[in-house]
Design a protein around this ligand. Structure first.
Ligand code: NDP
Ligand code: GDP
Length: 326
């Protein structure tokens, strides 16, 4: 039986990845940081019905001693480093924390693996945000990076440290440069989930309007369930390297709104307003990925279309609100 250690297991990708690995017979350990709200931790794992199947280890990414003990105790075959301060907008108000967790935290993981489980394979959650002010209309593994936020700068450091640990110490370390991916388990502060939650609230008569920022921004949106499969495939390759994971299709926030409202039988223009509070100090206008390498070497293809994902997200938010009633 293989053993995996997932940091960020309570987040969107961690939950989907845990389900995927359990389905393949893995023993799955997850890093859990202490919270005063212990009762709400693991809500995503509960939603997927796997909260009792994963084993939690107490650790925080910024505390190397805890990370080292976690790696030592679990002796994983595969380590997936998904933990991060992952929200771009917050990275301008908490730039140092973002650097500590998203940047240095990844190096803490690399060090812990190098010291305590050097044979383990390592996955780093890199991000299309590293392309930022894009240097090519469609981005692949050779496109130069131009980070546009403290989040992206921290991810870029973690990305290059992963490459360096691979090249310096022969570690089986790969980075997945994942473009945006969403699901019903996406954090509510991200634009897609904010929209589908807003649509559900409007549909149920709980509110009338939804305030957003830049409607012209374009993203290459895929589904998290498809993307965690790509992470695992990277870990099964003999030779580690970096892979872009993307759908190849770019869509504006405006068009996402239209699709989500239309799924509930609503007209987005009657409800969406623009509030400058949701604009950012610097914007990433457009991202569009070329996942040819993942297709060719991993045999990976996204299976869930944007339309199907939007429908799933709106339906899940309607269901949640009907159950909760607020
Ligand atoms: P989430 O924000 O949903 O999850 C982040 C996870 O990190 C949570 O489990 C959180 O724990 C954990 N975490 C945060 N700080 C710490 C810390 N100090 N110590 C230990 N754990 C911590 O992110 P996603 O699942 O969406 O993304 C997974 C990874 O992929 C992230 O690194 C993200 O930056 C990256 N990424 C995501 C993309 C996307 O579109 N989703 C695109 C490209 C990259 P807690 O529950 O306690 O807060
Ligand atoms: P990001 O790509 O990781 O920053 O993911 P987000 O979902 O947070 O943002 C995607 C894009 O949507 C960015 O270009 C935002 O500027 C844009 N956007 C427009 N309105 C909003 C909003 O109200 N909230 C968020 N989070 N993003 C918004």
């Amino acid at each position: 039986m293989k053993t995996a250690l997932i940091t960020g297991i309570t987040g969107q990708d961690g939950a989907y990845l845990a389900r995927f690995l359990l389905g393949r017979g893995y023993r799955v350990y997850g890093l859990l940081r202490r919270s005063a709200s212990a009762d709400v931790i693991g809500e995503r794992l509960r939603w997927l019905g796997i909260e009792r199947e994963v084993e939690m280890v107490d650790a925080d990414l910024v505390d190397l001693s805890s990370i080292l003990r976690a790696v030592q105790a679990t002796q994983p075959d595969e380590v997936y480093n998904l933990a991060a301060q992952s929200f771009v907008k917050t990275s301008w108000t908490q730039p140092l924390l973002t650097g500590q967790v998203t940047g240095i935290g990844a190096v803490n993981m690399l060090e812990a693996v190098r010291l305590a489980a050097p044979q383990a394979r390592f996955y780093q959650a890199s991000s299309s945000e590293m392309y930022g002010l894009i240097q090519a209309p469609i981005q692949n593994e050779t496109t130069p990076f131009y980070p546009r936020s403290p989040y992206a700068a921290a991810k870029l450091y973690a990305h290059w440290m992963t490459v360096n640990y691979r090249e310096s110490f022969g570690m089986h370390a790969s980075s997945g440069i994942l473009f945006n991916h969403e699901s019903p388990l996406r954090g509510i502060e991200f634009v897609t989930r904010k929209i589908t939650d807003g649509v559900a609230r409007i549909k149920l008569g709980l509110t009338q309007t939804l305030s957003l920022g830049n409607l012209d921004a374009r993203r290459d949106w895929g589904h998290a369930a498809d993307y965690v499969r790509a992470m695992w495939l990277m870990m099964q390759q003999e030779t580690p390297t970096d892979y872009v994971v993307a759908t190849g299709r770019t869509t504006s926030v405006r068009e996402f709104c239209r699709l989500a409202f239309a799924h509930a039988g609503l007209d987005w223009e009657a409800h969406v307003t623009v509030d400058p509070a949701f604009l950012r100090p610097a914007e990433v206008d457009v991202l569009q990925g070329d996942a040819s390498r993942a297709r060719e070497r991993l045999g990976w293809e996204p299976e869930i279309t944007l339309e199907r994902m939007v429908a799933e997200m709106v339906d899940a938010d309607l269901e949640r609100l009907r159950r909760r009633g607020n």
